[in-house]
Design a protein around this ligand. Structure first.
Ligand code: UD1
Length: 344
């Protein structure tokens, strides 16, 4: 079995990808510092796949520790690098922490990869690199724009680092940057899912926590945008579909089909408004949501959704889950969390 190192493998998208890698016949090895994830996600993975997954509890910005992992694991054929901070507001307050962690960990990882001659990397990027796009849907040719937060800039800078490395003529490393749209939902088993620390920033964890009574009400951030119902449009992609995109991306690299650097949009190709998302949740679960319309959130992109032609044609990527199914899985996960917390 080919060994794939998954940094941030205990996190939300990372844990789902570990499961999909295993089910596709790879041997995932997790690296995580648990700064924004919990041990119980390892238990969840185990409950799904029926075995323990090796996990190194280290920080990817620490070259010495990372080197030790490469030495110990020996036969790593590829890396999927998720480990990063992702809270937009926090990044505005603590930009250095974001640059150190997100950019620092990529640079360190690339250096250690070079030392150990590991040549394949899948990188977690974001549709945030497109800023406020002029035309929709966005393709990979849509111009990248100035980031509107330090978090967004770390993704842009990391893509530039990978591009510079690819163009240097000095490196054997090939990378694929996956530009995620809005990942939502959880594994259908409800053993793994998103574990937001504190008050969630993102829409779907806020929806499920409100439905569960943990939050009193959810505020829809603005209904005066130029969209059919006035609320923002996003492309919500089921996290299991997104996880599978990583498997096909690493496969492409391992089969030497990739250029030195490639970018792919990973979304559904469909845009939904915030109100549509809320109503999809209500339909899928039968739970009524207590929501109100509030002011716009500073920095929000009015509308963005993906053109996924490139990922479909070149990666063979396709989504299989509907918005309702994703919402139902998010809700099942929320219920599971409540049951397991009640037991503690
Ligand atoms: C945000 C980031 C994005 C990042 C992603 C990862 C911004 C502008 N973008 O995406 O760069 O990659 O998180 O975490 O912050 N909404 C509500 N009420 C809520 C929460 C959200 O109406 O309580 C709306 C938002 O206005 C938005 C949509 O729901 O229209 C989705 O929001 P969210 O889940 O935070 O994702 P993004 O803002 O798209």
């Amino acid at each position: 079995m080919q060994k794939i190192l998954v940094t941030g493998g205990a996190g939300y998208i990372g844990s789902h990808t570990v499961v999909e890698l295993l089910q596709a016949g790879y041997k995932p090895v997790i690296v995580d510092n648990f700064s924004n994830s919990e041990e119980r996600s390892l238990e969840g993975i185990k409950a799904i796949v029926g075995r323990d997954i090796t996990c190194h509890r280290i920080d990817c910005t620490d070259a010495a520790e990372l080197r030790q992992v490469f030495e110990q694991e020996q036969t790593i054929v590829g890396i999927i690098h998720f480990a990063a901070y992702k809270a937009v507001g926090e990044s505005v307050e603590k930009p250095l922490m974001y640059y150190h962690n997100n950019v620092g960990s990529l640079v360190t990882l690339l250096q250690v990869m070079q030392e150990f001659n590991v040549q394949k990397l899948v990188f977690s990027s974001s549709c945030t690199v497109y800023g406020i796009p002029e035309a929709l849907p966005v393709t990979e040719q849509t111009p990248v724009q100035k980031a509107n937060s330090p978090y967004g800039n770390t993704k842009k800078v990391c893509e530039e680092i990978l591009t510079d490395l690819a163009n240097s003529g000095n490196s054997n490393i090939k990378s694929i940057a996956l530009r995620y749209f809005n990942p939502i939902g959880a594994h259908p088993s409800a053993h793994i899912g998103e574990l937001p620390l504190g008050v969630p920033n993102n829409l779907v964890p806020f929806i499920t926590q409100t439905a569960a009574g943990i939050r009193e009400q959810i505020t829809v951030f603005g209904d005066d945008y130029d969209t059919p119902d006035g609320t923002c449009i996003r492309d919500y992609v089921h996290v299991v579909d997104l996880a599978k995109a990583h498997v096909v991306a690493i496969e492409r690299l391992l089969q030497n089909k990739a250029e030195a650097i490639e970018f792919f949009n990973v979304g559904t190709g469909q845009g939904n408004t915030v109100l549509e998302a809320i109503h999809a949740f209500e339909r899928a679960t039968g739970v009524k949501l207590n929501y109100k319309i509030g002011p716009r959130r500073v920095g929000d992109v009015p509308k963005i959704y993906a053109d996924v032609t490139k990922a479909t044609e070149e990666l063979g990527f396709k989504t299989t889950s509907t918005l309702e199914e994703a919402m139902k899985s998010a809700w099942d996960w929320q219920l599971h969390l409540q049951k397991s917390t009640a037991k503690l």
